[in-house]
Design a protein around this ligand. Structure first.
Ligand code: ADP
Length: 220
């Protein structure tokens, strides 16, 4: 937020995932230090990012020199080279980084990263694969799952809700889900009320337990 003190963030490893993280953080208004060991990667990243440094992050002395311990958040976005990923997380942990995020390519890699000091481990390929599975099946147009088994999805309105108010179609008692918003084609989302009428072609934002939301979005 604009009233919060500036937070400092470093992104280590500027492959496909790391560069997306660094560019998004920059677009969100953060100062980002981006690090990669390969000169050609550093050169390409310099076209879109302000602070890019060429360094081998497995050399903990180099990280210390860059002041890595002073960063509020560090994202270790090295995937393929598991050894480099683990050594980098370890170096960040030893340098006293407050919050370490790390990308893992599989569950074992993730376990090691947790043990090594990563506070958050993400599995981008796995997470996106799971998301696409939800989108290709059923009526889902978008799917976000929180780690406590709760999800919010965007879905086409089911046939049974069309031509009725949300109060009349009783989706909550039937499916255990809550319709949060309704959108007509070309319009903005409006907050759902029991009096909101759902029409053919409308899009719904629905929340609830993941399994409930999945079941709801697979009805026609
Ligand atoms: P992606 O799948 O997101 O492209 P990769 O694992 O292929 O991720 O890319 C990781 C990036 O991290 C590469 O650009 C690579 O040069 C960089 N990298 C790997 N090892 C180190 C290291 N020891 N120090 C700094 N950068 C590294």
């Amino acid at each position: 937020g604009e009233n919060l003190p500036e937070e400092t963030i470093a992104v280590i490893g500027l492959g496909r995932f790391g560069s997306a993280v660094a560019e998004s953080l920059t677009r969100l208004g953060h100062e980002v230090l981006a690090i990669d060991e390969r000169p050609e990667i550093v050169q390409r990243a310099s076209e879109t990012l302000t602070h890019v440094v060429q360094a081998d992050s497995t050399e903990s002395a180099v990280l210390v020199q860059l002041g890595i311990g002073e960063f509020d958040h560090v994202v270790v976005a090295i995937g393929t080279d598991i050894e480099a990923s683990v050594l980098t997380v370890l170096a960040c942990e030893e340098a006293g980084v407050r919050e370490i995020w790390a990308k893992a390519i599989n569950a074992k890699h993730g376990q090691i990263l947790h043990r090594t000091g990563a506070h958050h481990v993400v599995y981008p390929e796995w997470a996106m694969g799971e998301r696409v599975a939800h989108l290709v099946s059923g009526r889902m147009l978008d799917f976000i799952e929180f780690d406590d088994g709760f999800a919010i999805v965007k879905t086409k309105a089911p046939t049974e809700a069309i031509g009725k108010t949300l109060g009349e179609s009783r989706l909550r008692s039937k499916y255990g889900v809550t319709v949060v918003g309704v959108k007509q084609p070309g319009e903005d989302f409006t907050y759902a009320t029991p009096d909101t009428v759902v029409s053919e072609g409308d899009t719904l934002i629905v929340s609830g337990a993941t399994t409930k939301v999945e079941a709801f979005a697979s009805t026609t």
